[in-house]
Design a protein around this ligand. Structure first.
Ligand code: ATP
Ligand code: MG
Length: 388
């Protein structure tokens, strides 16, 4: 049987006059994703579909498509000729192929091609009759059917019985670019995922402190960016050497202030790199009260050094909720690999939990960081992360 993939869009539907702009972006992403499978993308009458993929690879292609932001659901549909005999025969063949031979069902028909001689209710009635005749153990139930058989009469006729949920959201590239502060932890990949889901292009910055942190810790972050790229497309990752600044902070600032001071320097550097690369906001994986550097007061101290919006999509979430999302999107297993992060290497024994801006500003006056800041920005290594 000749089959195609039907792509159902989510919020893109709500875009009114701007819809073609969102749809065009989405179609481009779909085209890139199905290219390795020889898929051809078409769009007509508010539907996007992919044809030309070998039957044996269709499931794999659908799995890949289910990660594209902007897609709400996918269905593998069988194509029938545009006459009732072919449609009825294909419905019955499809049911048999899927092992559906008993139980209740309902036919749901949609006639987008108004030239087709039968209207939707008639299509349903005739097909229902044909199924009952060919399969005596099936029965009609229009209210709570076990099986729904969808029939869409378009350029061709598409028949399907199930739907695979996809990630939803908006197509990446329809909502600007933001710089994700990507650590090797559980939270920041989830934060990046959530913002990219709203159509934002991600770039990322990672701070490492070689030799206090290892090459393997860096590899882990590259792998996390690669996992994110499956959803949001290529990511430019900036890897900043934080060693010199971190050692200076550790040596010169009062012990209890070093985490907040360190976070402020991370934000300053991230903002500079963001501006240089056309990103308009920063993203972090912070949530109120999770650790000492994420109390309200600490977050205020961190925020006050940045002059662009800081998106913290996890701000009101519990760790367990964040871990759930990390598992679902496939970053959790990599995040928990036990390689050290630069923040954990330089953790004070008693970090301040309610810092004031004066206390932190005083701590920062203990040394002149301007040269180190410049060097950190200028020597950042860039890795272009692509998706499979
Ligand atoms: P995560 O699980 O994302 O590492 P966390 O709970 O360990 O978060 P912190 O270490 O306080 O929290 O970091 C808070 C946020 O700061 C992180 O979510 C991330 O956005 C950013 N961050 C921390 N360390 C780094 C790093 N080495 N490189 C880039 N960003 C970092
Ligand atoms: Mg961390």
């Amino acid at each position: 049987m000749n089959s195609i993939i039907l792509v159902k869009v989510g919020e893109v539907h709500l875009k009114g006059l701007n819809r073609p702009y969102f749809e065009k972006k989405l179609i481009n992403h779909i085209r890139t994703a199905v290219k390795p499978y020889g898929g051809v993308v078409k769009s007509a009458q508010s539907r996007i579909y992919v044809c030309g993929i070998d039957e044996a690879r269709t499931d794999e292609a659908m799995k890949k498509l289910s990660k594209i932001f902007g897609i709400h659901a996918l269905s593998k549909a069988v194509v029938a000729q545009k006459n009732m005999e072919s449609i009825a025969g294909t419905v019955i063949d499809t049911l048999r192929a899927e092992g559906i031979t008993s139980g209740s069902f309902k036919i749901k028909a949609r006639r987008s091609d108004k030239r087709f001689p039968l209207e939707s209710p008639e299509i349903c009635a005739q097909l229902g009759g044909a199924v009952l005749e060919a399969m005596p153990d099936m029965r009609v139930d229009v209210h709570t059917p076990e099986h729904i058989i969808e029939v869409e009469v378009r350029e061709e006729v598409y028949i399907y019985t199930s739907e695979m949920p996809a990630v939803g959201g908006m197509p990446v590239g329809t909502n600007g670019k933001a710089m994700l502060l990507l650590s090797g932890g559980i939270d920041s990949p989830v934060a990046g995922y959530m913002i990219a889901k709203r159509g934002v292009v991600l770039e990322a910055v990672h701070f490492h402190s070689f030799p206090h942190t290892s090459e393997r810790a860096k590899e882990k972050v590259i792998e996390l960016a690669r996992l994110l790229a499956d959803y949001c497309g290529p990511i430019r990752l900036h890897i900043v050497s934080f060693t010199q600044l971190q050692e200076a902070i550790y040596t010169n600032c009062p012990d209890k202030t070093i985490t907040v001071v360190m976070r402020r320097y991370m934000m300053r550097i991230a903002e500079e790199i963001a501006r240089a690369n056309g990103a308009e906001a920063l993203i972090t994986g912070e949530s109120i009260g999770q650790v000492a550097s994420q109390t309200m007061e600490s977050l205020c101290c961190t925020d006050s050094v940045v002059n662009m919006p800081v998106f913290r999509p996890l701000i009101g979430m519990d760790k367990l909720e964040i871990m759930d999302i990390a598992s679902r999107i496939g970053t959790y297993e990599t995040s928990i690999l036990p390689y050290e992060d630069c923040c954990t290497v330089f953790t004070p024994r008693h970090p301040v939990t309610h810092p004031t801006l004066e206390l932190i500003a005083q701590a920062e006056e203990c040394f002149d960081a301007s040269d180190m800041l410049r060097i950190a920005v200028d020597t950042a290594e860039t890795v272009e992360i692509t998706c499979d």
